[in-house]
Design a protein. Structure first.
Length: 368
């Protein structure tokens, strides 16, 4: 029996398998609200064979967005637009649904990737960014304003309010974005946090913002909904976060009520180079799973079904997440099932394309 296609209890939520679609920014929203692009994009992924699909980084306030095209969940219009898309996806697809809520911090006020991927320039409607310290993400980026205690309280409230909206929409899982150099990660990392108050200095202090948000969100998210966080497991810089730090952070977040940790890495500065070897985050996820005693998902250069199967089967992570692999092959889960000899849930309208009724679906299994 395939480990990858075994069911998994993610907190209170039963998943049909261990495959997760990673949140992927589409930069195609209209003032924070999803558009027809999201209807088509997420509708496509609703039948990819994954047990869970996580909606892209969805920002808790307008000025917390990465770009003008990023999705938000800070207004009634945003909420209604997401509700429309997710209701469509539930009607058409087989996956459970999660949403990642985020604040971009010093990486906000940026251009879309295909429009330059740097800081917004004068004339492009830039806005003031905030961070733990007045240190830019990189050369040519906006110098953020160091967050005041009032700013921090506002961020807490924004995460809570977005979580309440996500609960109303009916998501099965809510994920806090604590990785990739965005606001919560920038408070955690000594590379970007030079504060001398209760939010800076020691690891305990640098964890404070993320832990406070986690506890506040857990209070408003019912126990019937899974709550987790994507974290950066390593900064890949000598002076940055270590795997030991990530283990300690994961233990603390579990104690704060989180059901799982999604393990990524890198992103703290514009010039940081993250590894690109297959499964480069797997050793970090394995340590967190074993030492923090929390359910883990791992992302990063996971492309082949056999690779994903071994990660789960050998107990290195409980789930695997794919991003670009799913964009390249929106039926990745179906094809993985064929290769690994597993049955995959699919809508009845598509059963005729399954291995039992469509011989070409057996090609991957025969080739292996």
């Amino acid at each position: 029996m395939s480990s990858l296609f075994s069911s998994f209890k993610l907190g209170p939520v039963e998943l049909s398998n261990r495959i997760v679609v990673s949140p992927m920014c589409q930069y195609s929203a209209d003032d924070g609200s999803m558009t027809d692009w999201h209807m088509a994009h997420l509708g496509m992924l609703s039948n990819c064979g994954a047990g869970l699909v996580i909606v892209e980084a969805t920002h808790v306030e307008r000025h917390g967005r990465i770009t003008h095209g990023c999705v938000g969940l800070y207004s009634d219009h945003n909420e209604a637009a997401i509700q429309r898309v997710i209701e469509h996806c539930r009607r058409a697809g087989t996956a459970k649904w999660g949403i990642q809520i985020a604040h971009a911090g010093r990486k906000a006020s940026s251009q879309r990737p295909w429009e330059g991927a740097g800081a917004l320039k004068p004339g492009q409607d830039p806005w003031e960014t905030v961070a733990p310290s007045a240190l830019p993400f990189g050369q040519g980026w906006h110098v953020p304003r160091a967050a005041t205690l009032d700013d921090i309280a506002h961020v807490h409230e924004a995460f809570v309010n977005s979580a309440k909206r996500a609960v109303r929409i009916g998501f099965d899982a809510i994920e806090l974005h604590y990785a990739h150099g965005y606001l919560a990660h920038s408070f955690l990392s000594p590379v970007s946090n030079q504060r001398t108050d209760q939010y800076g200095g020691s690891l305990e202090n640098r964890m404070r913002l993320g832990r406070e948000i986690a506890r506040a969100v857990r209070e408003v998210v019912p126990k019937t909904i899974a709550l987790g966080a994507r974290i950066t497991g390593a900064d890949w810089r000598e002076e940055g976060l270590s795997v030991d730090d990530a283990v300690a952070y994961s233990k603390s977040l579990k104690a704060d009520g989180l059901d799982y940790i999604d393990v990524s890495s890198g992103g703290i500065t514009a010039d940081t180079r993250t590894p690109t070897t297959p499964g480069y985050n797997v050793p970090i996820a394995e340590r967190i799973k074993k030492e923090a005693g929390v359910a883990t998902r791992v992302v990063g250069m996971i492309t082949a079904p056999a690779q994903a199967e071994s990660i789960v089967g050998e107990g290195k992570a409980d789930m695997v997440a794919l991003g670009r692999g799913m964009l390249d092959d929106p039926r990745w889960g179906w094809h993985a099932g064929a290769e690994l000899g597993a049955d995959v849930v699919r809508p009845p309208q598509y059963l005729r394309a399954g291995p039992k009724m469509w011989p070409p679906a057996q090609r991957a299994r025969v080739a292996s």
